[in-house]
Design a protein around this ligand. Structure first.
Ligand code: HEM
Length: 78
């Protein structure tokens, strides 16, 4: 029924997902959704801090993971 949801972790030449967009633009899309698509608004679901967290995460999707995160991922499953 809807436009396909974007692959936000997919590399397109020099960027990944929306990492080339202004972080405020991504924040706005997360907060307000995108009308006439399946993209919902998270304004009443997430706190302002959580929406900035997810927008910053997507902004940095083209960066290597920080060392502490890599260390956790390398740990064997318990
Ligand atoms: C926290 C969860 C989500 C985040 C952070 C997120 C983020 C985004 C972003 C940043 C875009 C814009 C992509 C661009 O500008 O190229 C987008 C578009 C879109 N999202 Fe989401 N999204 C979320 C959840 C969802 C869910 C649950 C759905 C569907 C059930 C959805 C469906 C879509 C669709 C269809 C578009 C494309 C709209 C268009 O073509 O203009 N998203 N999303």
């Amino acid at each position: 029924m809807y436009t396909s949801a974007p692959q936000l972790w997919k590399r397109h030449r020099d960027h990944v997902g929306v990492s080339d967009d202004e972080v405020g633009k991504t924040y706005w899309k997360v907060a307000n959704g995108i009308r006439l698509t399946g993209m919902p608004s998270y304004e009443h679901v997430l706190s302002t801090t959580q929406m900035w967290d997810v927008a910053l995460l997507l902004k940095n999707a083209d960066q290597p993971l920080p060392d502490p995160v890599t260390a956790i991922l390398k740990q064997p499953l318990q």
